[in-house]
Design a protein around this ligand. Structure first.
Ligand SMILES: Cc1ncc(COP(=O)(O)O)c(C=O)c1O
Length: 387
């Protein structure tokens, strides 16, 4: 069937948005059989114990709808772990919803909060789903540029952008793409700015357990002035190396969560049941504080080989699946062209940084994902060493 949006007189609400850079680079990597260090997914297996648990719950017959808010066992386990880690008191019966990945939690929190004319402050570079979802709901994204190469926040610049239209602030720590993490001083500053205001916060903490190089993950949930106005988003996909299962969560105080669930019940209703039950058991069997060291080793492995064998210059990473590298000693090309060249000619896919900005930057920096087997990283370095 042939149809075009033009002939139907139809303009899509995200008409101006194309395919994401992650899908584009992965497609290019597949086409050229490149080693894919672009998209953020592990190339190693999910723990067989977790797979067995999913199998167990499927065989046991837990194959029908989960409760709308999520399986109680998983809500209880996540609240218990969070409350112990951050000294807070989230209630499993009314302050958490299990979502179809963090992506849905972000979209639902924004749809529940943003109206025509609202402004949302976003620190850029930023994860690619925030701005389209703000715009879809009639809001305007106001960006605060993070300082290169530290990706620290310029709080003076931030202060200038706050006004009566500011409805929400989106923060992401550990940060994709830079690997920077929020410090206590950052939270203290934010607290100063939002105290006595109606400003909401969306805290994207999907890499909450993936911190290393001496860093610690601090959450808005540990700061009462922030927690009382925050939707906090997490991803079991990131935490348990199972990104394809798309299980995430959102935590928020009861009044905010009630509004969140009004949308969730019609957008998704509920998320796959056996995975939730298995994850609840599994989270009780593992030590979450070991995940940081596991990824820290991979990050150091990539960084050391890059330093030893290539002309890329590493930037510091303290968390997430990612590390940034400066390629100015290798090429004068802009980052998108450089990544395309690297993928098609040298067989290694990375992600250019400019699509993470509303106004593209030209810092000659690209992102590699180190959530990979050592053999994958070694094979990539072998190709990069020939540059
Ligand atoms: C910063 C950030 N937020 C949200 C997500 C989405 O997480 P999920 O796969 O659970 O939807 C990602 C995934 O890459 C991410 O990097």
């Amino acid at each position: 069937m042939q149809s075009s949006t033009k002939s139907l007189g139809f303009t899509g609400k995200l008409n101006h948005i194309g395919e994401s850079i992650f899908s584009k680079m992965t497609a290019l990597a597949n086409l050229h059989q490149a080693i894919n260090l672009s998209q953020g997914f592990p190339d190693f297996a999910v723990d067989p114990k977790l797979v067995c648990l999913v199998n167990h719950y499927m065989e046991k017959g837990n194959n029908q709808y989960a409760p709308m808010a999520g399986a109680l066992a998983l809500r209880e386990k996540l609240c218990e772990l969070t409350n112990a880690q951050h000294g807070c008191n989230y209630q499993a019966d009314r302050e958490i919803t299990i979502t179809a990945g963090a992506t849905q939690a972000i979209a639902t929190a924004l749809a529940a909060s943003i109206r025509e004319g609202d402004e949302v402050i976003v620190f850029s570079p930023a994860y690619d789903s925030y701005i389209p979802m703000i715009e879809l709901n009639g809001g305007t994204a106001i960006t605060v540029k993070l300082a290169h190469p530290s990706y620290a926040i310029d709080w003076e610049q931030f202060k200038l952008l706050l006004n009566h239209r500011t409805k929400m602030i989106i923060l992401n720590t550990p940060h994709n793409p830079s690997g920077a993490v929020w410090q206590d001083e950052d939270y203290q500053k934010l607290q100063e700015f939002v105290r006595n205001s109606n400003i909401l916060i969306l805290a994207d903490e999907v890499y909450e357990h993936i911190v290393f190089n001496g860093a610690q993950h601090r959450s808005v949930r540990a700061y009462p002035v922030l927690a009382e106005r925050s939707f906090v988003v997490g991803s079991l996909g990131k935490t348990t190396h199972s990104t394809g299962w798309k299980v995430g969560y959102c935590m928020a105080p009861a009044a905010l969560m009630k509004e969140f669930q009004k949308l969730h019940q019609f957008q998704v209703f509920s998320v796959n049941h056996p995975m939730q039950l298995a994850l609840a058991d599994y989270l009780g069997q593992i030590n979450l504080s070991e995940i940081g060291a596991f990824y820290g080793e991979k990050q150091a492995f990539l960084e050391n080989l890059i330093i030893k064998h290539t002309a890329f210059k590493p930037l510091a990473s303290f968390g997430s699946y990612f590390q940034l590298f400066d390629y100015s000693a290798i090429s004068e090309q802009k980052d998108l062209e450089f990544c395309q060249w690297l993928c098609t000619e040298k067989g290694v896919a990375g992600i250019p940084l400019s699509p993470f900005y509303l106004i593209p930057d030209n810092t000659k920096t690209i992102r590699f994902c180190f959530a990979k087997n050592k053999a994958t990283i070694e094979a990539a370095i072998e190709r990069l060493a020939k540059l």
